[in-house]
Design a protein. Structure first.
Length: 166
C-alpha cells in the first residue's frame, strides 16, 4: 500500500470509497462524499491524500483550513477519513492520518481539529479541550491536536462545505 496525493483521476474512486465507508455509520448523514466534492470545488482541500493498494484507491483523508473565533491561524479540520469497508482494520486509516498530520506539521500548521471517535483518534494524540467549541457537537467527540503548546480558545467553524447535502 502507498499513501500519495490525490490526482484528478482519483475523484470518482474517492467518492465511492467515502460513500461506502460511511454507509452504515450510526452518526452519518450520508453526505461525506459530498463534503469532499464541495471542499475540492471550493479549493479548500489544503491536503488530500489517498491510500492505494494494487492500483486501487482504498482510502482517503482530507484536511481543510478552519477558523476559530479568537483569531488563531494555522488550524485545519480533518475529514472525512474514509477506508473501504473490506480494507478497514488493516492500518490504512492510521497510515493516511499519520502522513497527513506529518505533512501539516512540516508545513508549519498549528494543529488539527475533528469530530470523531475518541477511542480511535486519541491514538494520534487528539484530545478534548474545553476551550474550543463546535456548535451542535458534543464536546466528548470534538477533538484537538495542537502541534505546539498553544491551543486556541473559542468557537470553531469548519468550511461551509461540511454542510453539503444531496
Amino acid at each position: 500500500m502507498i499513501v500519495r496525493d490525490e490526482t484528478p483521476a482519483d475523484r470518482d474512486a474517492i467518492a465511492a470509497v467515502t460513500a461506502a465507508a460511511f454507509r452504515d455509520h450510526p452518526f452519518s448523514r450520508q453526505t461525506e462524499h459530498l463534503i469532499v466534492d464541495a471542499l475540492r470545488a471550493a479549493g479548500a482541500l489544503a491536503l488530500s491524500l489517498v491510500a492505494e493498494r494494487d492500483g486501487a484507491v482504498v482510502g482517503h483523508v482530507g484536511f481543510s483550513p478552519l477558523t476559530v473565533s479568537d483569531g488563531a491561524t494555522g488550524w485545519y479540520g480533518v475529514g472525512p477519513l474514509s477506508v473501504r469497508p473490506d480494507c478497514q482494520r488493516q492500518g490504512i486509516g492510521r497510515a493516511l492520518m499519520s502522513e497527513g498530520l506529518g505533512r501539516l506539521r512540516q508545513a508549519g500548521a498549528a494543529g488539527c481539529m475533528l469530530v470523531g471517535d475518541p477511542a480511535y483518534y486519541t491514538w494520534f494524540g487528539f484530545r478534548t479541550d474545553p476551550g474550543v467549541i463546535l456548535d451542535g457537537v458534543p464536546p466528548e467527540v470534538f477533538l484537538v491536536l495542537p502541534f505546539g503548546a498553544a491551543v486556541p480558545s473559542g468557537r470553531v467553524t469548519f468550511h461551509p462545505a461540511f454542510g453539503a447535502t444531496a
